[in-house]
Design a protein around this ligand. Structure first.
Ligand code: MLT
Length: 409
């Protein structure tokens, strides 16, 4: 008899975004004449930029020519991409990360979930609440938790509430975890962590032999000076932190797929006898066994993001989305909502009015304004009463959506 992984039965509901998609489809099927504006999942709308597209085309052409054709590539990514990431994304900013520390993949969603495989199931995981749902769901799937209680919390996870009262920045946990997920700029609240905040976490991890899983997928959206774009800006972080970065939002690769994970050689975790082991070595073992690399044309396109022209172009696209964020922030504030985020992140975190629940607000916004957002409670119990709007949208849709929301009763 084939047995299932019963950890999957602990999962409370379907994954958040397909669930939203299902509800939206139900609505559009019943109301085919309505123009629905989608600001739910953070999916980019602007095309690949010319320099990136040209490199992508060149890569495809090379694949069609016997002299330049490539079969299997290195699972951890071509050296040309790993080198340019190390020099342009890190060393140029004074951060000593080497090409060898960079492992290219098809997405940070996959990496933040899969990384748990190289850590034992006795690890205690700390996650923020609310948070990008992948961290909690994959912790459950991996068998590191017990059941989900009626309050929405899984036993075995250390939850760190991020509320208006603490500025959506978690306190150090009362119970000592082993792995700590942090995401800055934050999805979903759109807040950022200062250098002092991140230093506090790095010091805590060093004192307690924890590993920080730092999701920096939105670093390109930081507009204010002095805010760390990488956890490795903090002294000692290389010993305790893994960083996840992605081309998805930065350069429009949500459909193209390319990301990378940084694991410095210094980062160690322990076996049951207390012997230290290189996490990079374990992750490479996993990656080379279970993954065959991102396609060559995609990696060529990703490398072009770091060219002078590529950098200028992707910066303009980021600015376009951040101007959307500004319009949304101001419109929603003018409509009487309490609004957070949207200054250093492409997400606007809005408090619903009159304590309306997140899903009730979702239904109201969908049925009355025909706009899709994401219910805050989908990111965790502390997100109840909040709603997330994504700034990844076309400008005219942003303006129209805001006009419709202003008119809501
Ligand atoms: C989101 O909307 O939170 C993200 O687009 C999801 C993702 O990056 O997987």
């Amino acid at each position: 008899m084939a047995l299932i992984n019963e950890n999957y039965l602990k999962l409370k509901a379907g994954y958040l975004f397909p669930e939203i998609g299902r509800r939206v489809k139900e609505f559009t099927d019943a109301n085919p004449d309505k123009k629905v504006i989608r600001m739910g999942i953070g999916d980019v709308t602007q095309p690949l930029t010319p320099t990136v597209l040209k490199a992508f085309h060149e890569g495809v052409e090379e694949m069609g020519n016997a002299a330049t054709f490539r079969g299997y590539g290195p699972e951890q990514g071509y050296d040309f991409l790993r080198e340019v990431i190390a020099t342009k994304a890190y060393q140029a900013n004074g951060i000593d990360i080497k090409a060898d520390d960079i492992i290219v993949s098809d997405g940070s969603k996959c990496d933040t979930g899969n990384i748990q495989e190289v850590f034992g199931n006795d690890n205690k995981i700390a996650i923020c609440d609310p948070v990008y749902p992948v961290y909690a769901d994959t912790t459950v799937m991996s068998g590191k938790t017990g059941e989900c209680a009626t309050n929405g919390y899984y036993s075995g996870i250390v939850y760190m509430p991020c509320t208006e009262a603490n500025g959506f920045i978690p306190e150090l946990p009362a119970e000592r975890p082993d792995l700590i997920f942090l995401c800055y700029p934050n999805n979903p609240t759109g807040t950022v962590a200062s250098k002092e905040e991140l230093t506090k976490w790095v010091n805590y991890a060093r004192e307690n032999k924890c590993v920080i899983l730092f999701d920096a997928a939105y670093e390109a959206f930081i507009t204010e000076p002095g805010i760390p774009r990488s956890i490795y800006e903090i002294e000692g972080a290389k010993e305790v932190a893994i960083e996840f970065r992605s081309f998805s939002k930065t350069a429009g690769f949500t459909g193209t797929r390319c990301a990378f994970t940084v694991i410095p050689e210094e980062l160690k975790a322990y076996d049951k006898d207390g012997n230290a082991h290189s996490i990079k070595k374990l992750w490479l073992r996993r990656h080379t066994t279970k993954f065959n690399g991102v396609s060559y044309p995609v990696q060529k396109a990703a490398a072009a993001v770091y060219s002078e022209a590529g950098q200028k172009e992707v910066k303009e696209v980021v600015e376009y989305y951040m101007e959307n964020a500004r319009i949304m922030r101001e419109s929603l504030s003018a409509a009487g909502y309490t609004v957070f985020g949207g200054v250093n992140a492409p997400y606007i975190w809005v408090k619903t009015k009159s304590n309306m629940s997140s899903w009730d607000f979702f239904d109201k916004v969908l049925t009355e304004a025909n706009v899709v957002g994401t219910p805050g409670s989908g990111f965790g119990p502390a997100g109840e009463g909040y709603f997330r709007f994504s700034a990844f949208a076309d400008r005219e849709n942003v303006i129209e959506a805001m006009e419709r929301i202003k008119k809501l009763s």
